[in-house]
Design a protein around this ligand. Structure first.
Ligand SMILES: *[C@@H]1O[C@H](CO)[C@@H](O)[C@H](O)[C@H]1NC(C)=O
Ligand SMILES: *[C@@H]1O[C@H](CO)[C@@H](O)[C@H](O)[C@H]1NC(C)=O
Ligand SMILES: *[C@@H]1O[C@H](CO)[C@@H](O)[C@H](O)[C@H]1NC(C)=O
Ligand SMILES: *[C@@H]1O[C@H](CO)[C@@H](O)[C@H](O)[C@H]1NC(C)=O
Ligand SMILES: *[C@@H]1O[C@H](CO)[C@@H](O)[C@H](O)[C@H]1NC(C)=O
Ligand SMILES: *[C@@H]1O[C@H](CO)[C@@H](O)[C@H](O)[C@H]1NC(C)=O
Length: 336
């Protein structure tokens, strides 16, 4: 009886401490849906290692055509942003070796260690942030299941979506071992809504050839996204139960947010033309010639009317919407 009430008291204290905690920083891992400039810096020959300073427009634009959503999240919540996401990345280069960009479980976690953990791997290991004052967000999977991987059946014969989900949970465990205690896993977005994975079989800049069956891709990606999201939700629930009292881990329902944007566009898009959630601003008139990309783009004034920037990437306004809802989540009031 006493032991039980005592335990409850400690748990109540722990959860009250977390509720009171002021979030000061957000640490992000992922791909081009989150990266500001790391991939471009790598391509530039600048290795974006310890204390990397992100490059913003006009010097460099992110894959959303402008400033990527973590910057807005930092602005809305007055958070310090540690953005380790890298365009083209996957959760694990061992599982799905695609572009060789630093992966979430490996190279991106290593950057976090370089920036924040002294005496890594020793018994004097020390994290330079208060675990209650920062949140880790993992937002990955689009490349893992996409082109040259599951969608085109290029994955290894012994790899399943369950392995991809497990990689995300292992990353959480690794970060837990380093001292992180607050986690959010973003669900995958409705990729079937993008032009790349639409039912249209016409070539795109991301897949100019060989010809593909758009209807088949569209069904496959729908299946992959829904299966991944079910695996992620179940795994996060299990981990949350396992870590009860010592850490929090929650889903952010990016899928539902994107669906809401798609279904109620006027509430979310505010450029100079009517909201457009089916097309995209950035155009590549000849899918076989990337040097023509940009010809026929929407204007700057029209840009915030689009849900998508290009055939695969959400727009900057979609990113602001995500940042706003994530900020509400971190302050305890988002429906996602
Ligand atoms: C790429 O290199 C140029 C020239 O040094 C620099 O101005 C630019 O900021 C770099 N871009 C990134 C993303 O690092
Ligand atoms: C923003 O965060 C910084 C660093 O945590 C803090 O010093 C400052 O007071 C905060 N500003 C506001 C307006 O809350
Ligand atoms: C941190 O330590 C672990 C365990 O020794 C090691 O596997 C990893 O490579 C180290 N990471 C860095 C960035 O030093
Ligand atoms: C993916 O599989 C297709 C069909 O087998 C093959 O033509 C293509 O070269 C593969 N792509 C990669 C990147 O391995
Ligand atoms: C649209 O709304 C965002 C805030 O969500 C604002 O930052 C942006 O400037 C607005 N865009 C236009 C074109 O008014
Ligand atoms: C949406 O944008 C695309 C690309 O600019 C355009 O082709 C399409 O007609 C637009 N749709 C609507 C409903 O305005």
């Amino acid at each position: 009886m006493f032991a039980l009430s005592c335990l409850c008291y400690l748990l109540a204290l722990a959860s009250r401490a977390r509720a009171k905690a002021t979030t000061k920083a957000v640490v992000l891992f992922g791909d081009s849906y989150t990266d500001q400039s790391r991939q471009h810096s790598i391509a530039n020959g600048t290795y974006p290692g310890k204390d990397y300073q992100e490059v913003f427009p006009p010097a460099d634009t992110a894959a959303d055509g402008g400033v990527q959503w973590p910057w807005y999240l930092g602005l809305y919540g007055n958070y310090t942003i540690w953005n380790y996401a890298t365009g083209g990345a996957v959760c694990s280069n061992v599982l799905t070796p695609l572009n060789g960009e630093p992966d979430v479980i490996g190279g991106q976690t290593d950057w976090f260690i370089q920036d924040h953990v002294s005496n890594n791997g020793t018994k004097h290991q020390k994290l330079d942030m208060d675990p209650e004052e920062f949140v880790v967000i993992i937002y990955v999977g689009t490349n893992d299941v996409g082109l040259n991987s599951f969608v085109t059946d290029n994955q290894s014969a012994t790899l399943s979506l369950a392995d991809l989900a497990e990689c995300q949970f292992q990353t959480l465990r690794n970060l837990y071992a380093l001292g992180a205690r607050r986690f959010i896993v973003n669900s995958m977005t409705p990729l079937q809504l993008t032009r790349l994975y639409s039912t249209d079989s016409a070539p795109t800049i991301y897949y100019p050839s060989p010809p593909h069956d758009g209807v088949a891709w569209n069904k496959r990606i729908f299946n992959f996204v829904h299966t991944m999201n079910t695996l992620l939700k179940n795994g996060v629930a299990a981990l949350s139960q396992e870590w009860k009292g010592s850490a929090t881990v929650e889903m952010f329902d990016t899928y539902a947010l994107f669906e809401d944007m798609h279904n109620n566009p006027t509430q979310w898009f505010n450029g100079s033309i009517p909201a457009n959630v089916t097309g995209h601003c950035h155009q590549c008139p000849d899918p076989t010639d990337f040097t023509q990309c940009g010809i026929g783009d929407c204007t700057l004034a029209e840009r915030d009317s689009y849900m998508y920037w290009d055939e695969l990437h959400p727009s900057e306004q979609t990113g602001r919407n995500l940042a706003r809802q994530m900020w509400e989540k971190l302050t305890g009031s988002s429906k996602y």
